[in-house]
Design a protein around this ligand. Structure first.
Ligand code: TRP
Length: 330
């Protein structure tokens, strides 16, 4: 079975955008591939070096991934920092990464701009750590969004450099993997752009969010003054609400509101009530499962331990192979 690797940084609770982006694909991929999904907690330290709630965020993410349907019996679910082999291989691969190419990485430049007082070496070598996450399992496929494609390109560069320098074909070149075609982009509630927590607290709807709070957020969503002539194209804020409906509501329901928009009879208040209701219904099973899992912390702890053990097997093999190849195998 082909290996798939993907990581998520534990920066906060999962929202609908995460669900329809990465998470739903995880759930599908685990049926067909040998998947390793992990919580990229070390990567978080590049931007949040003192996250005193890191432990809580890591457990939250594990819990929510499982609540969404990631099945630890099918996929290997682990925490990056549980594998000591990762920092070891990271050190070795840092010798293969050039300062110049790292400085040209778009995400580095963005983050350096955002945190000018903490442009640390870990931020610079973020792509090296991410490469190691992938190649330590000698994975062939990596499901990534657009913003991560450059990192994957660099992974291929590092792999080729290693293979060439040491005259080996030890590492396969990983490729970007778009499971099931186009990722569904979920917009936020604030009228523009995609759902994300960095866009503000009211922009994202979280999978574990309580129904009252969901209703309140949806009610506050940005709209416009309403259609003034038949069959007009909705403005971005309204198109966004339709896109959210497309994701969570029954097709007939969406059609009904689209028709109402087309003949100018739409009332945004009704649309919001319906949308909130459908989001609440859609997230209900996940919310319930989160609550169940929260009541049994041992369960998550055991999954975490078992996942690390499984992931460590390939990680150890890879690290030993690399040391042998480099001449460090003494
Ligand atoms: N950099 C990724 C992100 O921000 C997270 C990540 C870390 C990752 N290591 C990875 C994704 C390995 C895929 C494979 O989304």
């Amino acid at each position: 079975m082909e290996k798939v690797v993907s990581g998520i940084r534990p920066t906060g609770p999962l929202h609908l955008g995460n669900y329809f982006g990465a998470v739903r694909n995880f759930i599908r991929m685990q049926e067909e591939y040998d998947c390793r999904f992990f919580v990229a907690d070390l990567h978080s330290l590049t931007t949040h070096p003192k996250a005193d709630d890191l432990q809580a965020n890591v457990n939250r993410l594990l819990t929510e991934l499982i609540a969404c349907g990631v099945d630890p019996e099918k996929a290997t679910l682990f925490v990056q920092s549980d594998l000591e082999e990762i920092p070891q291989l990271y050190l070795i691969f840092n010798m293969l990464a050039y300062k110049g190419e790292l400085e040209r990485v778009v995400t580095f430049k963005e983050k350096a701009r955002k945190q000018p007082n903490n442009v640390n070496a870990g931020l610079l070598t973020y792509p090296v750590l991410m490469s190691v996450d992938i190649i330590i399992h000698r994975a062939a496929k990596v499901p990534v969004g657009k913003d991560q494609e450059q990192h994957l390109e660099m992974t291929r560069n590092f792999v080729n450099r290693f293979n060439h320098l040491y005259q080996t074909d030890f590492f396969p070149e990983p490729e970007a993997f778009n499971f099931g075609g186009q990722l569904v982009k979920i917009p936020g509630l604030d009228g523009s752009g995609k759902m994300g927590k960095s866009e503000g607290a009211n922009n994202a709807v979280y999978l574990g969010e309580d129904p009252k709070s969901i209703t309140k957020k949806v009610k506050r969503a940005v709209t416009d003054a309403g259609p003034t002539e038949p069959n007009s194209t909705p403005s971005e804020p309204v198109a966004n609400l339709f896109a959210l409906m497309d994701a969570v509501s029954a097709p007939e329901t969406v059609q009904q509101f689209r028709d109402a928009y087309a003949d100018c009879s739409i009332r945004y208040g009704d649309l919001k009530v319906q949308l909130a209701e459908d989001i609440i219904a859609f997230t209900a099973p996940i919310r319930e499962r989160i609550a169940e899992l929260d009541a049994q912390p041992d369960f998550i702890r055991n999954i975490r331990r078992a996942g690390a053990e499984k992931a460590r097997q390939t990680a150890r093999e890879t690290l030993e192979g690399v040391k042998e190849i480099i001449g460090l195998g003494y």
